[in-house]
Write a protein that binds this ligand. Structure first.
Ligand code: ARG
Length: 469
């Protein structure tokens, strides 16, 4: 770590001219962003290739210079990808590095590349392209989790478990129905990411420093070359907008919240208290002291990383809130937060996919849990209601039966028929069938309910939607 140099230890900069270009070493640490933005080298180079082509086509720079810029940039990209060129971590940022490397390789023509653009529109362009690429990877990763959930639901289609409200056993449901709830959440997360891409896909390049340019540029050509659907129509907005990072992080914060809720359930379900599932050894750890332990660390970390993703969103919201237009260096902080959220969510999605695929579902423990807790009491009340008793009266009467069973340590299935009949003449032998857990589940045929048919329909719909998106 350099010590405050008071101008003693200084570094010369690309923008030397108006100032000496000498910068204090510690100021350079604060100022430099190469450690964060070097990962955008591909987007930076691709963007610059499109820019050079545009400059050449428009006659803003000589065609042969444009060609040698393009060839030089292609060489730099190939060399970085092949591991032949290391990015110089003492450069100020990735844009500076690429331009300096180009000029070193092709000489004066390289100095023409920055005509009719600024690092302000360049960084906005690169970041949009990078986030767009990463969102596509995240969408695929979320789709993979959905597919794992569909497979798990198919393989465990008929396993009955207690459904919970207030973490109290509530009504019998299919395990497959419960886990598909998470598939629907992820489906909406994908929708939010796709929606974010629509607004990311507007090109800012050509906004220049803030006011546009005096050169006869063709912004739409550059935008098309780089796969954008449109260009921004206000150059000040073009260089100042970081909504797209916020929108991405908002979508990711919600997604991570979903993963966290799921992780919490996995943690509960692996406990001795539940024993509903067992996770593969590859996704658990042991204890350094307690030989019997198998801990769900990965699920805990997915839950724990959520705070970090929320923090990333908050970091940028706060950094932007008081900024006057247009570009301010504060905005350099956008990337660390955005990249961290992307990396974290991507890793968590991938680990979740593997962890869920490794999971064994213990139908016997789930059924045992479902058999206690009177989770068929609603069905008992519905039985009377369907025979003509007003629901509220049936509710009260069944509550009394539950209280008696609870006091005697028996379940509704064991309550004798004579006692049922003594409570209401509407009770008959068929009551036992109606409160059988499998029947309770099978009867919930309302659209989106927990019946097997509904689960199968969900799987089919989810898969069809995944193919479309
Ligand atoms: N590294 C800078 C960033 O990430 C690039 C833009 C620099 N622009 C400027 N006017 N200093 O924001």
């Amino acid at each position: 770590m350099p010590q405050p140099g008071g101008g003693m230890e200084t570094i010369m900069k690309l923008w030397a001219g108006r100032t000496s270009g000498d910068i204090d070493q510690l100021a350079d640490v604060l100022n430099s962003s190469i450690g964060i933005d070097s990962r955008m080298y591909r987007q930076d180079i691709t963007g610059s290739i499109a820019h050079a082509r545009m400059l050449g086509r428009q006659g803003i720079i000589p065609a042969d210079c444009a060609d040698s810029i393009v060839t030089g940039l292609e060489g730099i990209l190939a060399d970085i990808e092949a591991g032949k060129l290391a990015i110089d971590m003492t450069a100020e940022d990735i844009h500076t590095f690429v331009e300096q490397e180009l000029t070193m390789r092709i000489g004066d023509a390289g100095k023409m590349l920055h005509t009719a653009r600024s690092r302000n529109d360049q960084v906005a362009l690169d970041t949009r392209m990078y986030v767009r690429d990463e969102l596509r990877v995240l969408i695929a990763a979320a789709q993979e989790v959905i597919e794992v959930l569909c497979r798990l639901a198919e393989d465990n289609a008929d396993k009955v478990m207690p459904g919970y409200t207030h973490l109290q056993r509530a009504q019998p449901i299919l395990f497959s129905h419960q886990i598909l709830a998470y598939a629907w959440m992820l489906k909406r997360d994908i929708g939010r990411m796709e929606d974010a891409i629509k607004r990311i896909n507007i090109s800012p390049i050509g906004s220049c420093a803030l006011a546009g340019t005096t050169y006869d540029t063709d912004r739409r050509f550059e935008a098309r070359e780089l796969g954008f659907t449109d260009i921004c129509l206000n150059s000040i907005d073009g260089v100042s907008d970081r909504d797209f990072c916020l929108e991405t992080m908002s979508a990711l914060a919600i997604l991570q919240m979903h993963l966290s809720r799921f992780a919490e359930e996995l943690i509960l379900w692996t406990s001795w208290e539940f024993k509903f599932i067992e996770l593969g050894d590859a996704y658990t750890t042991g204890s350094s002291i307690m030989p019997q332990k198998k801990n769900s660390d990965m699920a805990e970390l997915v839950r724990g990383k959520t705070g970090r993703v929320y923090g990333d969103l908050n970091t940028l919201l706060v950094a932007l809130k008081g900024l006057p237009l247009a570009y301010n260096k504060d905005m350099q902080e956008d990337k660390e937060a955005t990249f961290d959220a992307i990396d974290t969510v991507k890793l968590c999605l991938k680990v979740m996919a593997g962890m869920l695929a490794s999971m064994k579902v213990r139908g016997d423990s789930m059924l045992r849990a479902a058999q206690t807790g009177f989770i068929n009491a609603t069905d008992l009340a519905d039985y009377l209601t369907k025979k003509g008793m007003p629901f509220r009266t049936a509710y009260k009467l069944c509550g009394e039966i539950v209280a008696e069973c609870n006091a005697e340590g028996i379940i509704l299935e064991d309550y004798p028929l004579e006692r049922y009949k003594a409570k209401s003449e509407l009770f008959d032998e068929d009551v036992y069938k109606e409160i059988d857990l499998n029947v309770c589940v099978a009867k919930r045929i309302s659209e989106g309910g927990t019946s097997r048919g509904s689960v199968m329909k969900q799987i089919e719909t989810l898969r069809r939607m995944t193919l479309l998106s």
